[in-house]
Every structure is written in structure tokens, then in C-alpha cells.
Write a protein that binds this ligand. Structure first.
Ligand code: GAR
Length: 202
């Protein structure tokens, strides 16, 4: 009995079969990807990361797919409709059930999002609904905000506007620059993204 359980645990660990098959979309550094991969290896995780999709061939984050032996695919998004169609074919083939955007700098179409309704989430470096889009930290500092932070939210057709799942707030000090703030927020992102995924599936 015990042996069976150990075997099963080992199989599940090796194959990730009891977990929700997940793809991570990236465009750049991929530090959130790396963090999510690590999270996908711990016991209490609900997800397995089976695929990495990048919109940029030189995205640094692609190295984590190699390092952790995860399938990776680059799409250039030149023909957006065609690209999304091909991504959907691939996700179907790989039996992907859940999509995490992590520093993915393309805006997915309404049609694509519909196919994965409530199954696409994103991490954004601001306290949404404040500062959708780019340069969030510059804008927070310029506006002399007292707080910054990050949000994990469902992806809808409207940029950075889907329901917020979880947020983390941090203080902005008078010494903060957009660079120091980005670093501080990123540290919090590493805690928030896994916590939000656990919240969704628990
Ligand atoms: C992260 O700060 C993430 O929140 C942000 O890009 C960075 C990616 O870093 N995402 C967005 O701005 C999306 N609107 P990473 O590539 O090291 O994970």
C-alpha cells in the first residue's frame, strides 16, 4: 500500500499528470517564468508547466525552458490572426488547460481569450486599476504615490482590466527610482503569482 503510494507520488512528480497542464507566455527576461517553474515543482502546486511560448526569439527567459527541459516555441506575431491560430493548435495538441502570462508584451485577441475563458491570467507591476500598460513605476513616482505594487488578474480583451485575483502593496520611499521600485515590486511578484494560482485552484 505504502509502496504504491510512493510509486504514485513519484510518477505524479515525474509526469506532472495530476497537475493542470500550463503554458507560460513570455517576451523578455523571464524571471517570473523561472519562479513559476520552481513553484510547479513543489508538492502543493496545482500546475505543471509543460510549454513555454515566447513572442521574441532572443527572449532571455527561453534559457529557463532549456534548463528545466520544458518544450518551447517562438512565435513572431507578424500575422497576428495566423499566429494565434497556430498557438491554439499547439495548445490543443499539448493538452494545455491554463495560460500564465509573465512579461508577455503582446495583446491577445478577444477570439483567442474566449477559447480560454477564465483560464488566462497575467501579472502586472502596478496596483490595478492604476497604471495599466507600460512604465508603471515611472508613473507612480511621477505622481508622488505613496504605494506601488503588483496584481495578478484574469485576462480579458481589455488591456489589464480583468478581475483582480490578488494584489501586493509596497511602500514607495523618497529614495526610490523607477529602477529600485521595479526591483522591489518584482520581488513581490515572485510571491504573488504562485499565491494567486493556489487561490484559483483551491
Ligand atoms: C514583470 O515586472 C511583469 O510584471 C511585467 O514585466 C516584467 C517581466 O519580468 N509585466 C508587464 O508589464 C505586463 N504588462 P520578467 O520577464 O523577469 O518576468
Amino acid at each position: 500500500m505504502l509502496l504504491e503510494k510512493i510509486k504514485l507520488n513519484l510518477m505524479e512528480k515525474l509526469t506532472g499528470h495530476n497537475k493542470i497542464k500550463t503554458v507560460v507566455f513570455i517576451s523578455g527576461t523571464g524571471s517570473n517564468l523561472k519562479n513559476l517553474i520552481k513553484f510547479s515543482k513543489i508538492k502543493k502546486t496545482p500546475i505543471s508547466i509543460d510549454l513555454v511560448i515566447s513572442s521574441a526569439p532572443l527572449a532571455k527567459g527561453l534559457k529557463y525552458a532549456d534548463q528545466f527541459k520544458i518544450k518551447k516555441k517562438i512565435f513572431n506575431f507578424k500575422n497576428f490572426k495566423e499566429t494565434e491560430k497556430n498557438i491554439l493548435i499547439l495548445l490543443n495538441k499539448e493538452k494545455i488547460r491554463f495560460i500564465c502570462l509573465a512579461g508577455f508584451m503582446k495583446i491577445l485577441s478577444k477570439e483567442f481569450i474566449k477559447k480560454f475563458d477564465k483560464k488566462i491570467i497575467n501579472i502586472h507591476p502596478s496596483l490595478l486599476p492604476k497604471y495599466k500598460g507600460l512604465n508603471t513605476h515611472e508613473r507612480a513616482i511621477k505622481n508622488k504615490d505613496k504605494f506601488a505594487g503588483c496584481s495578478v488578474h484574469y485576462v480579458t480583451a481589455k488591456l489589464d482590466s480583468g478581475k483582480v485575483i490578488m494584489q501586493k502593496k509596497i511602500k514607495i520611499t523618497t529614495k526610490d527610482t523607477s529602477i529600485s521600485l521595479a526591483k522591489k515590486v518584482l520581488k513581490q511578484e515572485y510571491k504573488l503569482y504562485p499565491a494567486a494560482i493556489i487561490k484559483i485552484f483551491n
